[in-house]
Design a protein around this ligand. Structure first.
Ligand code: CA
Length: 508
């Protein structure tokens, strides 16, 4: 529909719809959920600005994020949103189902060798609920929640990639959980030559930076593709600032130019930078360039919402699947309990209902589905299988003392048993932990399920987690955290609880 027709048609709807139908539209807002991959909370410029810096005890990265800065002034901004299992597929499984990885089906990062890790088809996901309630559901970008199978729509009986093991995947219609518009792929990391399968399964090869191309698709969806008379739930999963971040093949030159002449020690301002990780440190200008580029493309989508008059009645969320250590502590960018890995952005804007402010609400991955459904007027439709909590009341302003989460789980699984062909037949729950408003505690076990190592930080007095506390010197705090963690594991039905792992310490 062209612009003129659309304006005429909205005027017509405005004049002729009954009050009850209009109320219905108000009750069910549109939702845009945007989550770039590996975007840490610290990589947002506004955390260094008045009105925001008073709420955190870290220095933000020296990044340019003008659109996020603006959106932050219009949003409820969480200082303490956490990805429980800070790695791609498990977080995505939890986001979609509201269930922890041991229940969602997605216990490990999805690839060909791990048939045990794939989003369950028999559960009701967030998109199923929206779809069943008359929403149009669109998925654009990286999905990475399905086990790759030889289901290449362009060449039936083969995989979509010749790389072994296969990581990328095609998600057929039967596995799309209510998403009726599809422009997506499994996982693929060439940021300037991405590909996508559309709703009908046609493959599109693109020669453009993926966030730019995807923003165009989101804008096209908003302006032309969708049915203008129905609310929509649109998920946009941007791959950058995910690695690779090593050259101009990975980001836009205009963004790189902002950082290229800044010495590394001025770019990497966190005092926990590991001096041994020289190679990784050199990625910083490219990582921050990717952050800035994603901010710009996201800004174009926000501008479109405004232009279409949709910004008031649309919930916009900006977050990530996990963070990025970027040479802090360890080489692995994710997977660890360090704040750079677990703490993610979480900005939620809904002008009609949410008053902009900053809150230390401890929200984690399984809470997202019930919270969004509740804000969308669909509280009664939250499936019983959901393990997270509806935190919408706290976003609206309920005092956090009225029962907000006191701690969130940290979860790490690795490959367990393998068959003779190297196919993973079980996963091993190698680490569990808890993050509270004061502490981070994570316990890693060996294959005999005994304590292998402990990370224990006072995040208030040691925000960069440089001093690993000794459990025996902080017995009271350690025991209290173990008690809380045991309770969370029990409530979640986590394998540590069902197998009574470290029951002498965790007293389930
Ligand atoms: Ca990821």
């Amino acid at each position: 529909m062209n612009m003129k027709k659309r304006i005429l048609s909205s005027a017509y709807i405005g004049l002729h719809l009954t009050g009850s139908l209009l109320a219905q539209t108000d009750k069910h807002p549109n939702v845009i959920y945007v989550f770039p991959d590996q975007f840490r909370n610290h990589a947002m410029q506004f955390w260094n600005m008045d009105g925001f810096k008073e709420h955190v005890n870290f220095r933000a990265d020296p990044v340019h994020t003008p659109n996020l800065n603006q959106m932050a002034t219009e949003s409820v901004v969480l200082t303490s949103a956490h990805s429980n299992c800070p790695v791609s597929s498990p977080h995505r499984g939890t986001l979609l189902t509201g269930m922890y990885p041991h229940n969602s089906g997605v216990s490990l990062n999805c690839n060909q060798t791990r048939p045990i890790s794939s989003l369950r088809q028999d559960v009701t996901t967030i998109s199923d609920v929206y779809s069943q309630n008359g929403y149009q559901c669109a998925y654009i970008g990286k999905y990475h929640a399905d086990h790759p199978t030889p289901n290449n729509p362009q060449n039936p009986g083969t995989y979509v990639s010749s790389q072994t093991p296969v990581w990328d995947a095609y998600t057929p219609l039967a596995k799309r959980h209510g998403f009726d518009y599809w422009y997506s792929y499994g996982t693929f990391d060439k940021h300037k030559s991405p590909h996508y399968w559309d709703t009908e399964g046609k493959r599109h090869e693109i020669r453009e930076w993926s966030p730019k191309h995807e923003a165009d698709k989101v804008i096209e969806y908003l302006k032309e593709t969708r049915d203008q008379d129905k609310p929509f739930f649109l998920v946009w999963s941007v791959n950058p600032p995910h690695s690779p971040y090593r050259s101009l093949k990975d980001c836009m030159e205009e963004d790189y130019n902002l950082y290229k002449d800044i010495p590394l020690n001025e770019l990497l301002v966190r005092p926990n930078i590991n001096p041994k990780l020289k190679d990784k440190q050199e990625c910083a200008p490219y990582y921050f360039a990717s952050v800035t580029g994603v901010d710009r493309e996201f800004g174009r989508v926000l501008e479109t919402l405004k232009e279409l008059g949709l910004d008031e009645n649309t919930i916009v969320v900006f977050t990530s699947d996990h963070g990025e250590t970027m040479a802090s502590h360890v080489l692995d960018p994710k997977n660890s309990p360090y704040t750079e890995s677990m703490n993610v952005p979480f900005l939620i804007r809904y002008p009609k209902v949410l008053k902009p402010r900053v809150t230390p609400l401890l929200l984690s991955s399984p809470d997202i589905m019930p919270t969004l459904l509740s804000l969308s007027g669909l509280k009664k439709d939250i499936p019983e299988t959901v393990q997270g909590h509806d935190l919408s009341g706290f976003l609206k302003g309920t005092d956090l003392k009225e029962g907000s989460p006191a701690g969130v789980l940290y979860i790490r699984n690795v490959d367990g048993d393998k068959d003779k062909d190297g196919i993973v037949t079980s996963y091993f729950p190698v680490a569990r932990g808890i993050k509270t408003d004061r502490y981070t505690l994570a316990i890693t076990i060996d294959r005999k399920k005994q304590v292998k190592s402990i990370l224990f930080f006072d995040d208030v007095n040691d925000p960069y987690q440089m001093n690993n506390l000794q459990a025996d010197k902080h017995k009271k705090e350690f025991n209290e955290l173990c008690l809380q963690m045991g309770k969370l594991l029990k409530d979640a039905g986590d394998p540590w609880y069902t197998e009574k792992i470290l029951s002498d310490i965790l007293s389930y």
